[in-house]
Write a protein that binds this ligand. Structure first.
Ligand code: FAD
Ligand code: MLT
Ligand code: ZN
Length: 516
């Protein structure tokens, strides 16, 4: 299954050229063999991987922990720790704080902004990988409240909930590898946000190890709790800069009795917005996803192995595609509503004709195949080349203008189509219902020439639309310099004050989110 193949996919990418990073963090020192000895007294020896340990780990064994999913960044950590309990995490963090050793929390390492790998000088940060903390702590089938260790893989939680008739309130293409702690720490959006809202709403409580080793137990299972400041919200989307999430309490929705999806082909992008309006009006509460991708994305996923959902002659003129999903409680009612919408869309003529053709999945297999066309875009981009990824919030009517503007910019700079070393594709896809465009530039390699053409150009463009430079992937190390385009001076100052309050020694995920 696609989602499970993410880890294997990472390997060939890693063999290509890596961008090394490594600016010394002035406040931190490098891990020594006596530190490693101490870690081995806290954790079982098999949970400590280090080039400094007596049973020295080969540095190649650390590669997958030191490199990001895209193969864009490579860190120089020499030690990876895999605690099995919150108490173990707390002891490690306390020691690192006292000894000024940086910590990079790492979940499934599927993040797309270089947040989950070390960026300091060699050995200045340990990677604290949560993958061994993977137990479900409790589930209440009456309320749907799930409490799980941070290292539980998202897909495994969905599988756990299935027999109880519940689903996770979020879903993303990385589900086979990403962990719930990583999802919370990035405030991941994904494909169900339109329906179930953001994690700021569905997360009810967190257990967090603070930078001094204190365990902050806010693992509430209450729907309502109005007792003062809601501290857990600070850790949702903090990208590991304020503490380590070790447990998550989350409200899960009941699985829908009836789910359908439809792929629609549109002659122009301009039809996306009126289509979204019409679909919302007609489908109302049963609409659960409204995703868009442009022509280049469609051709790309087919090139990389997905099956065409529509005959090629019927979509030869299509410039955009929309994948919509419905979930509801009543099969006949939902299908009747969807049927009426499709009849209306396919029967329209002249200017009222928003779509040229479409396909309604008739089986679970077809349903999955339609979703693979959308979810497979990220993986296909990785196979095609090196991705410069921009994950922005801007008004939906401006999506196409933004993609075209960036393409034109690259043409003017002489890097579009240049071979070797040039840009082959400029793609647009994303979550229309959330106003989130994924603008991706695909090239042979990562070069300063392309980077300089794109940045800060794209961030200034986003700022001009009064948008956000990160709709869902976060800031990580990739967008630290871009934060100012979406957060003003006062906001950044207060973010820094909060960081200093929690982490005065700057050990937590240094070099991420905020400038040093
Ligand atoms: P990691 O990548 O390991 O870490 C991400 C960040 O969180 C890092 O800064 C790390 O330090 C921190 N972190 C991780 N675990 C913890 C913890 N327990 N405590 C404190 N900090 C922690 N993102 C979306 O928002 N929507 C999508 O639709 C989406 N689709 C994707 C599809 C694919 C194919 C891929 C590869 C990625 C996608 N992503 C998406 C990005 C990524 O999967 C998500 O951001 C995901 O939530 C990251 O989880 P992770 O466990 O892999 O975290
Ligand atoms: C998506 O929506 O597919 C994800 O956010 C990943 C990506 O941007 O490629
Ligand atoms: Zn996305």
């Amino acid at each position: 299954m696609f989602a499970r193949s993410l880890r294997q996919l990472r390997r060939p990418i890693l063999q290509q050229r890596w961008a090394h990073i490594g600016h010394a963090h002035a406040n931190l020192r490098a891990v020594t063999s006596s530190d490693v000895e101490h870690f081995t007294s806290i954790l079982s020896p098999s949970s400590v991987l280090s080039t400094l340990s007596p049973v020295s780990t080969a540095s190649a064994e650390l590669d997958s922990f030191n490199s990001d999913w895209m193969g864009k960044y490579r860190g120089r950590g020499n030690t990876v720790l895999k605690p099995r309990s919150t108490a173990e995490v707390a002891r490690i963090v306390k020691y690192c704080n006292e000894h000024r050793i940086g910590i990079v929390p790492q979940g499934g390492n599927t993040g797309l902004v270089g947040g989950s790998i070390p960026v300091g000088a060699e050995g200045q940060e340990v990677v604290l990988n949560l993958g061994a903390m993977k137990d479900v702590r409790s589930f209440d089938p009456n309320s749907g409240i799930l409490v799980a260790d941070a290292g539980c893989v998202l897909e495994s939680l969905s599988t756990y909930l299935e027999p109880h008739g519940y689903i996770m309130p979020l879903d993303l293409g990385a589900k086979g590898s990403c962990q719930i702690g990583g999802n919370v720490s990035t405030n991941a959006g994904g494909l169900r946000l339109l329906r179930y809202g953001s994690l700021h709403g569905s997360v009810l409580g967190l257990e967090v190890v603070l930078p001094d080793g204190t365990v902050l137990d806010q693992l509430s299972t209450l729907r309502k709790d109005n007792t003062g400041y809601d501290l857990k919200q600070l850790f949702i989307g903090a990208e590991g800069t304020l503490g380590i999430v070790t447990g998550v309490s989350i409200l899960t929705p009941p699985a829908s009795a009836s789910i359908n999806n439809v792929l629609l082909a549109l002659p122009h992008f301009d039809n996306v917005v009126p289509l979204y309006r019409q679909v919302r009006r007609r489908l109302g509460e049963i609409l659960s996803a409204f995703e868009f991708f442009d022509r280049q994305c469609y051709d790309l996923v087919l090139r990389h192995g997905q099956q065409p959902a529509l005959p090629s002659d019927e979509v030869s003129d299509a410039q955009a595609f929309v994948l919509l999903e419905t979930s509801g409680g009543h099969k006949e009612h939902d299908e009747a509503k969807l049927g009426e919408l499709l009849e209306e869309l396919l029967g329209a003529e002249g200017d009222a004709q928003l779509v040229t053709t479409g396909v309604l999945a008739q089986s679970q297999e077809q349903f999955n195949a339609l979703w693979r066309l959308r979810e497979g875009i990220t993986e296909s981009i990785g196979r095609e080349g090196k991705a410069y990824k921009y994950d922005i919030s801007i008004p939906v009517p401006k999506f196409k203008e933004a993609v075209d503007t960036v393409r034109e910019r690259l043409r003017e700079r002489g890097v579009l189509g240049k071979s070797p070393g040039g840009v082959s594709l400029v793609l647009g896809y994303g979550h229309v219902g959330d106003g989130n465009l994924h603008l991706n530039v695909v090239a042979d390699s990562y070069t300063d020439e392309i980077n300089d053409a794109l940045e800060p150009f794209i961030f200034e463009m986003v700022s001009g639309y009064r948008g956000s430079v990160s709709a869902e992937h976060g800031i990580g190390s990739a967008k630290v310099d871009a934060l100012k385009y979406s957060k003003g001076d006062a906001s950044r100052l207060w973010m820094k004050k909060i960081k200093d309050l929690f982490d005065p020694n700057g050990i937590m995920n240094p070099g991420k989110v905020l400038p040093p």
